[in-house]
Write a protein that binds this ligand. Sequence first.
Ligand code: MG
Length: 343
Amino acid sequence: MANRREFLKSASFMTLGALAASKMSAANGMNGVDGISAATAQAPKAGSNLGFQAYSLGGELLNNPADALKKMKSYGFDQVELAFYGFDDSKGHGQFSSFGGGAPTSAADFKKMADDAGIKIVSSHMTPNLQRGAKYDKSTETQILDFWKKILPDHKMFGVEYIVQPSLPTINNLEDAQNVAEIFNKVGELLRQNGIKFGYHNHSNEFNKVIPGGEAVTPYYQRGFRRPGDNSPEPKTIEEVFIEGTDKQNVLFELDCYWTVMGQQDPIVWINKYKDRIQLLHIKDFIVIGASGAMNFENIFSNFYANGHRNWFVEIEDINSGKQLERAEASAKYLLGKGFVKS
Ligand code: MG
């Protein structure tokens, strides 16, 4: 791979002059939320397919979900991908825990609040809890599948189209990654039989390369270096092992564009290499969508739409800021003011 500077210069996810633009924004002290100026903010268009990841709002969602969901709708958001849902074994159903010690919201109450707000629950992020460091293999397979069976009834009640695993299991080598793919296939089959699509969401570590034989993932291989005489094939990334090792009818992929860039990869390359597998996106910037000027969302959206896909979710980090709702509003104004977001 080219070094980082060359990569950043050539990558198609970058806007022209992105770095210069972001420096100018900082120097000019732009008004508005986190660099989105009032002048560029426009009123939302009605009926856009605008989604958000519930994680983005943190306590601002969990401490008053009914109010937060209504506010999100007023900003133009139509659909949500859930986070913070957890199954309570003592109660036999799921709930959304509260930040700050308030009472949790039951799954059924949350669904009603979303319906009342006019927000459709399209997707949900869920990861099985395994003992720390436990791997996906024959010894944990039953536990993993039992977890998915347990959370299915609530998710049918939500009416989700997708459930997406956002966390990378423990992987040290190619065999570990292949074992995860094998179990993902079984999870996807289980969910498919229940009318729900199973997906996997990446961060940056999925772009590490894995080699066979029990060795850990090594920076040596990441850089493409070889010992003299080493003619072994180029190792694959974990993401490739997952995509190529799973059945397309069982497992789809949600590409987090920001984390893909953090993995020194170009989202456009991945969106187009795996046109039929990458069916969901996380639209994410450093904080507010569009504010850094560094992510070429126009290219990302146009290529994604061209592949026939439609569902994507805004994600905003720094969830303890106390400013997540206003950041979500600024993100919606940016996206809905752009011609490249389809209504
Ligand atoms: Mg994400």
